[in-house]
Design a protein around this ligand. Structure first.
Ligand SMILES: [Cu+2]
Length: 253
């Protein structure tokens, strides 16, 4: 089993080991509105791969307008055993606090026939702004446990950005392109801003968490599909602004 692959197409200078997965757990919004300020502790940690990684496929692109000869599935992006693209968020413990969505949209670009970034998080009500930087046809196909927000829209080259308010919390919603079968990404929507996506060093940081007792959850996709996603939870207590650490070790599948 090859653990490390050199990917010049997606990531010019980095070494990664690769593999693949998904699952969904929609979260009910709070029932009462008490708008809270972001003034609290930082929860940070590192996501580490425990055990071997599963190789992802690297395959010919087939669309000359994709501007790359081949792409690699992005189920697992691992470097030095540190796992990128894990979505870590407060699943429980915020009570009836609610948080206004940021005015700025979250940008998701379709570039060289890859969604960038691969995992995004939004506060419920925030807008997802999808771009097409490619000179080719994509479509944007959202799947959610909330049927009314599912959509499937053609996205030809040169089309104006698609702006989609994401109103309903859910971890995870999936986006895919039916034209290019490898193109997929994940959209986590929460009723609060306490989430983060691990970076290429496996590091994540959630800022401004108010005092409380929380359930923190990690979600990472699986190459076996959404039902096989890796999910781990941790309990932690935040007191004042004292930073908290929460490291995760996950196994690839
Ligand atoms: Cu596409």
């Amino acid at each position: 089993m090859k653990h490390v692959a050199y990917i010049t197409i997606l990531f010019a200078t980095n070494f990664f080991s690769l593999a693949g997965c998904n699952r969904r757990t929609d979260t009910a919004p709070p029932s009462k509105s008490i708008t809270a300020a972001l003034d609290g502790a930082i929860i940070s940690g590192t996501v580490t791969l425990n055990g071997p990684c599963v190789d992802d496929a690297c395959f010919a692109c087939g669309d000359q307008n994709c501007q790359q000869a081949a792409v690699t599935a992005e189920h697992w992006i691992v470097r030095n055993e540190k796992v990128a693209n894990a979505f870590v968020y407060i699943k429980d413990g915020l009570g009836n606090r609610t948080y206004d969505p940021p005015n700025d949209p979250v940008i998701l670009d379709q570039r060289t026939c890859v969604y960038r970034p691969h995992v995004v998080g939004l506060v419920a009500g925030q807008t997802l702004k999808v771009l097409n930087s490619d000179q080719t046809l994509h479509n944007v196909h959202l799947t959610s446990e909330t049927p009314s927000e599912c959509f499937n829209k053609l996205f030809p080259a040169g089309m104006a950005p698609l702006e989609q308010p994401m109103k309903t919390p859910g971890v995870m919603k999936t986006l895919k392109c039916d034209v290019h079968s490898w193109m997929n990404c994940y959209v986590g929507v929460l009723p609060h801003p306490f989430f983060a996506v691990s970076d290429s060093s496996g590091h994540f940081e959630i800022k401004g968490v108010p005092p409380g007792a929380y359930t923190l959850e990690l979600w990472h996709e699986s190459s076996r599909g959404t039902e096989a996603a890796i999910v781990q939870t941790k309990k932690l207590i935040v007191t004042g602004k004292e930073p908290k650490e929460a490291d995760f070790a996950i196994e690839a599948r």
